[in-house]
Design a protein around this ligand. Structure first.
Ligand SMILES: NC(=O)c1ccc[n+]([C@@H]2O[C@H](COP(=O)([O-])OP(=O)(O)OC[C@H]3O[C@@H](n4cnc5c(N)ncnc54)[C@H](OP(=O)(O)O)[C@@H]3O)[C@@H](O)[C@H]2O)c1
Length: 309
């Protein structure tokens, strides 16, 4: 993903060029393409949109496959070009669904997948990556994450395996997920540990736990956070809240857009909401250009207090 995401004129020209090359499934949605607004920079200088798309439940029958594919393509055209999946989502079915969306659009997408802690022994990272690439129908990942922490003694081998994949151009960068401050500190002590691009952790209005220590630590080390379950997740969706309803009415958008704009407000957090329909995606994409006022932020702080202590 390059800096051209920031430039509206270049983005429009790119879309026009892409229209000529695109498959029929992409052509209709590309015609309505909009530029991304808010972006986040990784330590290596790569710029991505502050809003991506989560893919945990996709390809598993929650919605018809074509509807989910249409949702993802709609999101991409609206600037949500970062797609987050994992080798273990639906036993690989999420990645398989994504292969259809990537087809004809790979270079426009910033693709994130994950390896599990119980897969990393021996040459397990390389094997898991190869399996993900095969399911995705691509020859590289933009970002490969260790899904859950393993004991810190295992960090050097995993980092070395990630670095080998990077040297072989199978991945462009790597990071971690669900790491605490102590685990991040251990990681940065490992050779090449400083190349960690992000830590993907839960963060939403109704789950502000990382504000206590991890968020300031990440900020201090200039490593962006990738916020999962940014709407609170399936079981604790925030969107029914009264304050969100009032703010969304004032801004003429959905409560989901306000909730997501709050998550990405700092410029150092990427949110990856999952949406199974183009209608939800369109609502969410508004967050990319929604500026919350100091009064809005105060109202949200009152409704969803920051953690204390
Ligand atoms: N690294 C990890 O350990 C980890 C853990 C959990 C999740 N993740 C990643 O984070 C992504 C998102 O997390 P999540 O799925 O837990 O939570 P989420 O994005 O906070 O919530 C997803 C739910 O929000 C609904 N939704 C989306 N947009 C909406 C809108 N505009 N209005 C109303 N409802 C809306 C979706 O319903 P519809 O499907 O009907 O649109 C779905 O039920 C996952 O897909 C995955 O990629 C990573």
């Amino acid at each position: 993903m390059s800096e051209h995401l920031l430039n509206r004129r270049q983005f429009a020209a790119g879309c026009a060029a892409a229209l000529g090359l695109a498959s029929p499934a992409w052509r209709a949605v590309l015609a309505a393409a909009q530029p991304a607004a808010r972006t986040v920079k990784f330590p290596d200088g790569t710029v991505v949109p502050a809003l991506g798309q989560g893919c945990w439940h996709l390809g598993q029958g929650r919605h018809p496959g074509e509807v989910e594919e249409d949702a993802l393509r709609t999101g991409v055209t609206l600037g949500m070009t970062l797609l987050d999946t994992s080798g273990n989502y639906g036993g690989g079915r999420s990645e398989e669904l994504l292969s259809h969306v990537l087809s004809g659009a790979r270079e426009r997408i910033f693709l994130v997948s994950k390896v599990e802690g119980n897969e990393v022994a021996g040459d397990g990272v390389a094997r898991a990556c190869a399996a993900s690439l095969a399911r995705l129908g691509t020859d590289y990942l933009d970002l490969y994450l260790l899904h859950w922490p393993i004991p810190s003694a295992g960090f050097p081998a995993v980092v070395a395996a990630f670095e080998q994949l990077r040297a072989a151009r199978k991945i462009r960068s790597w990071g971690v997920s669900n790491f605490s401050v102590a685990q991040m500190e251990d990681l940065l002590r490992v050779p090449d540990g400083h190349r960690c691009a992000t830590n993907q952790v839960p963060y939403s209005l109704n789950n502000r736990r990382i504000e206590r220590d991890l968020l300031p630590w990440m900020r201090q080390h200039d490593i962006p956070v990738m916020a999962y379950s940014p709407l609170g997740g399936d079981k604790h969706l925030v969107i029914g809240d009264r304050t969100l309803a009032a703010l969304s009415a004032a801004h003429g958008c959905s409560p989901a857009a306000v909730a997501l704009a709050w998550v990405i407000r700092s410029g150092a957090v990427i949110a990856i909401p999952e949406a199974g329909s183009a209608a939800h995606v369109r609502e969410n994409a508004v967050a990319l250009s929604l500026a919350l006022t100091p009064a809005d932020l105060q109202a949200l702080d009152a409704a969803f207090p920051a953690p204390t202590g």
